[in-house]
Write a protein that binds this ligand. Structure first.
Ligand SMILES: Cc1cc2nc3c(=O)[nH]c(=O)nc-3n(C[C@H](O)[C@H](O)[C@H](O)COP(=O)(O)OP(=O)(O)OC[C@H]3O[C@@H](n4cnc5c(N)ncnc54)[C@H](O)[C@@H]3O)c2cc1C
Length: 418
């Protein structure tokens, strides 16, 4: 038994048998979220500006290095612990949690996930050497990484090679192409770009996907486009263009061919977008309870809890939230390389349940609390808008998850109808 006292709050993932490390990280995330991120959330949303102040706090709390191994000076959190912490942050500021996910993935994929992907001894040696540099930047310099994959083509859905290319030259790569929806644009120190190796044979192949860190200061890298979306406005996800951008060999975040293997081996790598939305669902539910009890700070203490219809709505919200938490928890605890078919289906189901469920709960919250609750000075309408964005995210949009689940349930690998 460890000596830490019980948590003074129920985390967004629910009350689980946390380790001492998880309890301490969840307490930290909750404290930062409640006291710093929640009071600032309306500002980023109103201005569609990046939450720099929150990143200063994350840096100071060493949370930028959450998933950097302890041997590299990080906090050494595993996959499940990251997912718990991310959900806690999402409860207070969706845009911070979502962009934090982009940053954390650059350390999680090169760290824990890469450890579970088969590599030759030479690839392993190369990877360990290069990731040291990358982890050092995060731990010592507090560097922030973005994760721009989307191109507006079938590539981010995993159905075509990336159109952004990298051509091998002496000492590095020349990157050309364009990315859309690059969260943290203008805020990141490095852009972790997925691109296809240009072998000069005009036969782009997804197996030749490269994962490169492009320094923000690179010549030939530019940011463009308006950013005025419905929700998740603080992510500042503008367009990136790469024109003959030179990137040194050491910026390779994974050896050649390993990203492709990783995406096949570790499907849960795409589930990391979900905790933000589990956090939002918790926030909408919590708001509804305190609003109906007349306990929202700064609002008149009008109670609305005595109406049976409201009681039923709250019960329905809680039932859906509990189902989301249960399947989310099961999925994060069993996540790993090469899941069974059953676990893979459950992972898809968990992703769909959280992404669509978050918006269902936010919708019910507004309907139940009523007209005065959707005013801009209250967080509910922002939660509603932010929650709509989860199931739009590739590669696992709500539609594509349904598509995958149906097909992969009814067809075994390689099976075809004549
Ligand atoms: C707030 C926010 C932040 C984001 N941040 C990032 C980021 O940091 N990095 C990043 O890389 N991307 C990011 N994205 C982009 C996101 O992952 C998707 O790429 C983007 O939402 C896709 O929009 P689209 O209009 O190009 O979709 P389209 O590709 O036009 O697809 C539209 C819909 O059609 C369906 N569809 C797509 N492809 C297929 C197919 N092959 N078969 C069947 N159906 C299909 C999907 O359901 C999809 O929702 C972000 C998006 C949002 C909303």
């Amino acid at each position: 038994m460890d000596a830490l006292p019980a948590l003074s709050f129920v985390p967004a993932v629910g009350d689980l048998a946390f380790t001492a490390k998880q309890r301490s990280l969840l307490s930290l995330a909750n404290e930062l979220g409640r006291t710093r991120f929640a009071p600032r959330a309306a500002q980023w949303d109103r201005e569609a500006s990046f939450p720099f102040a929150n990143y200063d706090d994350l840096r100071q709390a060493r949370l930028l290095a959450l998933c950097v191994p302890e041997s590299n000076g990080g906090l050494g959190a595993d996959y499940a612990t990251y997912m718990m912490v991310a959900a806690e942050i999402g409860r207070f500021c969706g845009a911070t949690a979502l962009t934090y996910n982009m940053h954390i993935c650059s350390t999680l994929w090169t760290g824990l996930l890469a450890d579970g992907i088969a590599m030759t001894p030479a690839q392993r040696e190369e990877h360990m050497r290069r990731r040291d540099l990358h982890f050092r930047r995060v731990v010592q310099d507090g560097a922030v990484y973005a994760q721009p994959f989307s191109e507006g083509s079938a590539a981010a859905a995993g159905r075509a090679p990336f159109g952004t290319t990298a051509r091998k030259v002496e000492g590095g790569w020349i990157v050309n192409g364009r990315k859309i929806f690059a969260s943290l644009s203008g805020a990141a120190d490095f852009y972790g770009v997925l691109c296809t190796e240009d072998k000069g044979d005009e036969k782009p192949d997804a197996r030749d996907t490269l994962y490169l860190a492009v320094p923000a200061s690179s010549e030939g890298l530019s940011i463009s486009g308006e950013w005025d979306p419905l929700g998740m406005r603080g992510t500042v996800s503008r367009n990136l263009a790469f024109k003959e951008v030179f990137v040194s060999d050491d910026e390779q975040l994974m050896p050649r061919g390993i990203y492709y293997k990783g995406a096949q081996t570790w499907p849960a790598m795409f589930f990391t977008l979900a905790p933000t939305y589990l956090g939002l669902a918790n926030a909408a539910y919590d708001f509804t309870v305190s609003y109906l009890r007349g306990e929202v700070p700064g609002e008149p203490p009008v109670k609305r809890r005595m109406y049976p219809t409201k009681q039923i709505s709250v019960a329905q919200m809680r039932i859906q939230l509990e189902a989301m938490k249960s399947i989310f928890t099961r999925a994060i605890l069993e996540a790993g390389p090469d899941p069974s078919k059953d676990a893979r289906m459950r992972l898809y189901a968990a992703h769909y349940s959280v992404m669509e469920g978050a918006n269902d709960i936010a919708r019910l919250a507004i309907r139940t609390c009523g007209g005065q609750s959707m005013m801009k000075h209250l967080p509910l309408e922002r939660l509603y808008r932010d929650s709509r964005c989860g199931s739009l995210m590739l590669p696992w949009t709500a539609e594509l998850v349904l598509d995958r689940m149906g097909r992969e349930t009814l067809y075994e690998a390689g099976e075809r109808d004549e």
